[in-house]
Ligand binder design. Structure first.
Ligand code: NDP
Length: 441
C-alpha cells in the first residue's frame, strides 16, 4: 500500500490542463491513477457523479475528496494545502536549517554562550536582532570588565567576542526571533521574516532593552553624554553636573553611584515620591542632606541639548506641582526651565526581550523576565522547559553587568551541552524530546 493518499485524475484526450495536473503530481513524486473519459461513457458518468455534476476535465480526487479541476488543484498547491493533503508537507517544509543549538542575541551573554557551545561542538547559531551586540555597544568605554587595565571600548569588546566565537565555529546571522514552538522536538524557531529553523536546544540570551524617553536630543547624544548606564559611563563626566531620570531602584542607585563623580546629581522624577525601596530612598535622602543630590520632584525632561563633539550642554525641564508635567504643558501652573548639565542618565527601567517565549512553557514574571532554576550546582540556567536555557539580562534584572552576563552565558552553554549529550544520545530515531535533564548536584 502506498504511503500517500490515493490520487485519482479523470482526464481527456488532448487536454493540456490534464497534462498539467499529471505533471504537478509527477513533480511531487506522488503516484496517481488516471481515467480517460474520452469515448468512455461509463467513466464520464462516474466522473460527473463524483464531481457534483461538473463536466470538465481534469477532475482530481485525493482519498475520494473532490479537489476539482486544474485551477482548483494549482490554487491549493500555492497555499501548501495540497502537500498537506498528500502527506508530504514536511518534505517541502519551510525549515531553513536544523542546528543543535540556537542562541538568541549577540550580546555578552549570548556571545560567551556561543564561544563555549562552539568549543563543545554544539554547532551554535546566534541570531542577531535589533540591537546587535547588545547594550554594551551603547556605551563608550568599559572600565570594569576584568582583563583590560586601561578599559576597553564596548563595541570593540563585543566585536572581539564575536571573532572569538566565530574562531571556534559559531555562526551569527541577522534575524529577529518571533516565536519558539516548544510543543515539538526539535524546537521550531520562527523569525519575524517567516523563516523557520529547528534546534535541539535554545539559549535565550536576547537581553533587555533600556527604556528611553523619546525626547529630542536623546538618540543623537546617546553615547555622547546621554547614557542608560551610570555604572558604565559615570566616571567619564567627573566634576560635571549630571541628571538622572527615574524614580525606581535603578534611578536611586545610579544617582547615589554618580555622587562619586558629579558636582551635583539632579534626580528628575515625574511624581512627588520615589518608588525605590526604603534602602535606596534613605541613601538618596542622605545625599540630599549632604548636598550631593538634588531631587527635582514632579519634573520631566523635554529636550537635551549638545553635540556629539562637545557632549551634553543642557536639558529643558518642565514642572507641575501635581506631577506628570508633560501631560499638562498648557496648564498655567506648569513651569519650564533649563539646566546646564554635562551628562544625562536615563533610568526608567528595562524591558526584557522575551516576547518570543510568551507562548512557551517558560515561566516569565510580570515584567517579562524569564525564570531559571538558579541555586547551587548544575542546571542553574534551566527554565521550565527542558532544552531551553536563559542567560544574561533576560533573566537578571538585578546585577545587569557585562561580566555577570558573560558568566551566565558560559553556564547556559555548559547546561545546554549536558542536556544535548543526553538528548542526542537518548533520542536515536525518536522525535520526542524526552531526554533526561541533567541531574542537580
Ligand atoms: P522601575 O520600573 O522600578 O522604575 C522606573 C521608574 O522610571 C519609575 O519611577 C517611573 O516613574 C519612571 N518612569 C518610567 N517611565 C518614565 C517616563 N517615560 N518618563 C519619566 N519617568 C519614567 O525600574 P527600575 O529599573 O528602577 O527597576 C526595575 C527592577 O529592577 C525593579 O524590580 C527593581 O527593584 C530592580 N532593581 C533593583 C536594584 C537594586 O536593588 N539594587 C537596582 C536596579 C533595579 P513612576 O514611579 O511614576 O512610575
Amino acid at each position: 500500500m502506498s504511503d500517500h493518499p490515493r490520487v485519482e485524475i479523470y482526464t481527456k484526450t488532448d487536454c493540456p490542463y490534464c497534462e498539467k495536473a499529471k505533471d504537478l503530481f509527477d513533480s511531487k513524486g506522488v503516484d496517481y491513477v488516471t481515467y480517460n473519459v474520452t469515448g468512455d461513457e461509463e467513466r464520464f458518468e462516474e466522473m460527473k457523479e463524483r464531481a457534483n455534476g461538473r463536466e470538465t476535465a481534469p477532475e482530481v480526487f485525493i482519498d475520494d475528496e473532490l479537489i476539482g479541476g486544474w485551477d482548483d488543484t494549482s490554487a491549493l498547491d500555492a497555499t501548501g494545502a495540497l502537500d498537506e493533503k498528500l502527506g508530504i508537507a514536511e518534505e517541502t517544509d519551510d525549515v531553513v536549517e536544523h542546528r543543535n543549538l540556537i542562541i538568541t542575541g549577540t550580546g555578552i551573554a549570548a556571545l560567551t554562550a556561543g564561544i563555549y557551545a562552539a568549543r563543545s561542538d554544539n554547532d551554535p547559531l546566534l541570531f542577531e536582532g535589533d540591537e546587535p551586540g547588545g547594550q554594551l555597544t551603547l556605551t563608550s568605554e568599559v572600565d570594569n570588565y576584568p582583563g583590560f587595565p586601561e578599559g576597553i571600548n564596548g563595541t570593540t569588546l563585543v566585536n572581539d567576542m564575536k571573532e572569538q566565537a566565530k574562531r571556534f565555529g559559531a555562526e551569527l546571522e541577522h534575524g529577529i526571533v518571533a516565536s519558539v514552538d516548544d510543543g515539538v522536538r526539535p524546537f521550531r524557531v520562527t523569525l519575524e521574516n517567516g523563516d523557520v529553523y529547528t534546534a535541539d536546544a535554545v539559549i535565550a540570551a536576547s537581553g533587555a532593552s533600556a527604556r528611553t524617553l523619546g525626547i529630542p536630543g536623546e538618540d543623537e547624544l546617546m553615547g555622547y553624554g546621554v547614557s542608560t548606564c551610570a555604572t558604565c559611563d559615570g566616571a567619564f563626566f567627573r566634576g560635571e553636573d549630571m541628571v538622572v531620570v527615574g524614580g525606581g531602584d535603578a534611578a536611586a542607585e545610579e544617582a547615589v553611584f554618580l555622587t562619586k563623580f558629579a558636582e551635583t546629581v539632579y534626580l528628575v522624577h515625574r511624581r512627588d515620591e520615589l518608588r525605590a525601596e526604603d534602602y535606596w530612598e534613605n541613601r538618596v535622602r542622605e545625599h540630599v542632606e549632604s548636598g550631593d543630590i538634588e531631587v527635582l520632584w514632579n519634573t520631566e525632561a523635554t529636550e537635551i541639548h549638545g553635540s556629539p563633539q562637545d557632549g551634553v550642554d543642557s536639558v529643558d525641564l518642565v514642572y507641575h506641582p501635581e506631577g506628570h508635567p508633560t501631560a499638562k504643558l498648557d496648564d498655567a501652573q506648569t513651569e519650564e526651565r533649563a539646566l546646564d548639565v554635562g551628562a544625562f542618565f536615563v533610568a526608567i527601567g528595562h524591558t526584557p526581550n522575551t516576547s518570543y517565549l510568551e507562548e512557551t512553557g517558560v515561566e516569565l514574571d510580570d515584567e517579562g523576565y524569564l525564570r531559571t532554576q538558579g541555586g547551587h550546582g548544575a542546571g542553574q540556567t534551566k527554565t521550565d522547559v527542558e532544552g531551553i536555557f536563559g542567560a544574561g539580562d533576560v533573566v537578571d534584572f538585578h546585577y545587569q553587568q557585562a561580566v555577570t552576563a558573560a558568566g551566565m552565558g558560559s553556564k547556559a552553554a555548559l547546561d545546554a551541552d549536558e542536556y544535548l549529550e543526553g538528548a542526542l544520545s537518548g533520542a536515536t530515531g525518536e522525535a520526542e524530546g524526552s531526554a533526561e535533564a541533567p541531574a542537580d548536584d
